[in-house]
Design a binder for this molecule. Structure first.
Ligand code: PGA
Length: 261
């Protein structure tokens, strides 16, 4: 069975003080019985202090991005090796905001996937789908292509270290349930089928696929109950610690576990 994964994505919100305060509030209140993994993706600047704060907690700290080289003359970039040294495991790659605002192509995302894997990190590979492209090419062509390009050259063994997130950018940041549970599951199903074509059924059944885009307390229970959705990537609704804890409880309850303390 695939273990549910809940990842809060803070983006460029919060100061370090706010971040430390938030983490202190939740790190000891996560479900005693670990039926789900809980992680927070935070700005690079916060990684070291939050990784220290959570060293003994089930809460794991995630990087929001990294570069595709380990070292060199790349001003302002973050080395995957440096992330690994901090004890970071997961790194979000190919988020739609990186693709749209920082012009990251499918090829660049693929290079990052390889660099992260070589450094011992586990990518959370985001697959986007804009309304424009949906209208022009249909969901199938666009999503499938991003999965194929994002995973190009990745071996079946390496795939075991990758999580894929279906994040239609038309559903991100709206604060509403922009993708219905059926649409969200369809996107995740499509990704799983693509992985099956590339690596076979067994590998596809093992890979965890998250849904992200305006997930909140109201729509989470319906999303997490769908067969191909193994977890969620939560932006805006993860910014408040009480709301985030409630959402963790919702996922745990759906998986038959115990609520947080
Ligand atoms: P949102 O962001 O939940 O605010 O839509 C999700 C994301 O960008 O990962």
């Amino acid at each position: 069975m695939r273990k549910p994964l809940i990842v809060g994505n803070w983006k460029m919100y919060k100061t370090i003080t706010e971040a430390e305060d938030y983490v202190a509030q939740i790190k000891d209140r996560l479900p005693a019985k670990q039926v789900a993994e809980v992680e927070l993706a935070v700005p690079t600047l916060f990684l070291q202090s939050l990784a220290r704060l959570t060293a003994a907690s089930p809460l794991k700290i995630v990087a929001e991005n990294c570069f595709y080289q380990d070292e060199g003359a790349f001003t302002g970039e973050t080395s995957p090796l440096a992330l690994r040294e901090l004890g970071i495991k997961h790194v979000i790659l190919g988020h739609s905001e990186r693709r749209r605002l920082f012009f990251e192509s499918d090829q660049v995302v693929n290079q990052k996937v390889h660099a992260a894997l070589s450094a011992g990190l586990c990518p959370i590979l985001c697959v986007d789908e804009t309304m424009k492209r949906l209208a022009e090419h249909g969901q199938v062509a666009w999503v499938v292509n991003q999965v194929i390009t994002g995973l190009a050259g990745v071996s079946e063994d390496q795939l075991a270290h990758i999580v894929i997130a279906y994040e239609p950018s038309w559903a991100i940041g709206t604060g509403k349930a922009a993708a219905s549970p059926v649409e969200a599951n369809e996107g995740c199903y499509l990704i799983r089928q693509t992985v099956a074509c590339l690596y076979g059924e067994a590998a596809a059944n093992r890979v965890r696929i998250l849904y992200g885009g305006s997930v909140n307390q109201a729509n989470l229970p319906q999303l997490i109950g769908r067969p191909d959705i193994d977890g969620v990537l939560i932006g805006r609704a993860s910014l408040d610690p009480a709301t985030f804890l409630t959402m963790v409880d919702q996922v745990v309850a759906a998986s038959g576990g115990e609520a947080s303390a």
